[in-house]
Design a protein. Structure first.
Ligand SMILES: [Zn+2]
Length: 456
């Protein structure tokens, strides 16, 4: 580990310990620094910020950016003039080059993009060091000394279950970890038959397991049924896609700690979950603003339309006041866990709002209204609600083997009908999907999918 990484880890611990004031002070200083860097080295930001004062100390002074705007000006956006869209596309269009260093120093990853433009993100070494520091700060909260001893006893074996075949963040991370000498990493494709996946995990006996959340639920079913017999110390999941109670069940079944995080290719160290179930934003390295549809600040305790993030670590491709598209709720009071970093919950993607035409006009339904109707139903391990036509919803369920499938279907349909009725949408038809929930290209499941396909 380099001296640089060690000093970042030390700073991360000290800042958190000192509390709110120190976190805000770090954020302010790092923002001024990265804005100055972007103006000096990115033609796009130089132009975008030309009317701003020399010293920028508040994110609110900055104009909002998004993926479309930045991707359209890719070459001018990057601060290294050697980086071009053409060269990065050549890399990400070749599946055999996943995890390859770009120009000898950058990590490249993509976001899937079901609609609109795919995002291509470059990460420099400084950012990777911040990722390490943030991960250690988080894991230190989660694991005790005896957990670390157990991980060492199993020689740190880690199994990653993921969507393969694309330059997604998880696949790039896995490829990088495998390049390290002496690493014990097994990468398993989420697309292999369950029996084969179970056999491979039984053989490998991981100390750490990183499936995406719904895959963890499926593996918990296998473990409960006795086919899977593994004893991981920690399951690190992404905080998306599962009913809250499922996380507790997975922890019980494996007798393991569950670590949850919420991140994006735009900011890989965004946040991690505490044992009170709140995601704490690493605000010393990212400015995180819950805002309404007009980009005005939303008070803590109120649901936001979207969030703007400013990644204060990544210098090669500055992400500043960037519309991430997720609706969140920030906790208004201090989190009982004692962590002074801001605590949030993710409510879904703002672009996943469903729109229906009725004789009285357009009715817009937030994704949370529908998903809440389903996620509390016992026996549902995974679900997806897709708008299949302007007046129809298709419901896709994955039901626990021990549950009464017919009763679960009826309860789920009744729950949806109640929500639709409350919004004057009685005439919207609900169809049972014959297929299980579809996995997105990034390996994640979206709970609610609008007719257009929504945001990427
Ligand atoms: Zn907390």
């Amino acid at each position: 580990m380099t001296e640089h990484v060690v000093s970042l880890i030390w700073d991360a611990w000290r800042t958190r310990k000192k509390g709110v004031g120190a976190i805000a002070q770090r954020q302010r200083a790092r923002l001024a620094d990265i804005v100055a860097h972007a103006r000096a080295n990115s033609p796009h930001y130089r132009e975008l910020y030309r009317d701003l004062p020399d010293l920028v100390e508040s994110v609110q002074q900055l104009p909002v950016t998004d993926k479309k705007m930045l991707m359209e000006r890719f070459d001018d956006w990057c601060t290294d003039r050697a980086v071009t869209l053409e060269a990065t596309e050549a890399l990400v269009d070749d599946p055999s080059r996943i995890g390859e260093w770009f120009l000898g120093k950058y990590t490249v990853m993509t976001t899937s993009g079901t609609t609109g433009r795919r995002g291509i993100f470059l990460v420099d070494d400084h950012t990777m060091a911040v990722v390490t520091a943030m991960m250690l700060r988080w894991i230190g909260d989660w694991l005790g000394p005896s957990d670390f001893l157990k991980i060492i006893a199993r020689r740190g074996r880690m199994a990653m279950v993921m969507a393969t075949g694309g330059h997604f963040a998880s696949a790039v991370a896995a490829a990088r970890l495998k390049q390290r000498r002496g690493s014990r990493i097994e990468v398993l494709s989420a697309h292999m038959p369950t029996a084969e996946l179970v056999a491979q995990l039984n053989r490998f006996q991981p100390a750490l397991l990183t499936p995406y959340a719904s895959m963890a639920a499926l593996l918990a079913d296998e473990q409960e049924a006795g086919r899977l017999d593994i004893h991981p110390v920690l399951l690190a999941l992404s905080a998306e896609g599962l009913p809250q109670a499922e996380y507790g069940r997975i922890a019980r079944v494996f007798n393991a700690k569950i670590g949850n995080s919420y991140a994006a290719s735009e900011c890989m160290f965004l946040s991690a979950m505490c044992d009170e179930g709140w995601l704490h934003i690493n605000a010393d390295w990212v400015a995180f603003e819950p805002v309404d549809a007009d980009y005005r600040a939303v008070a803590p305790g109120e649901q936001s339309h979207t969030v703007l993030i400013s990644n204060l670590a990544n210098r090669v491709q500055p992400i500043l006041r960037y519309d991430l598209g997720d609706s969140v709720l920030q906790r208004p009071d201090p989190c009982p866990c004692g962590n002074p970093l801001p605590a949030i919950r993710v409510q879904g993607r703002s672009a996943d709002v469903l729109t229906f035409r009725t004789p009285g006009g357009e009715v817009r339904l937030p994704p949370l209204a529908l998903s809440q109707a389903i996620e509390s139903i016992r026996g549902v391990t995974l679900f997806q609600i897709a708008q299949s036509d302007p007046d129809g919803l298709e419901l896709r369920l994955q039901i626990a083997p021990a549950a009464n499938a017919d009763a679960v279907w009826r309860e789920a349909e009744a729950g949806l009908r109640k929500v639709l009725g409350e919004h004057g949408l009685e005439r919207v038809a609900i169809r049972r999907g014959g297929e299980p929930p579809e996995q997105g290209r990034g390996g994640k499941f979206r709970e609610v999918i609008p007719l257009s396909g929504g945001r990427s």
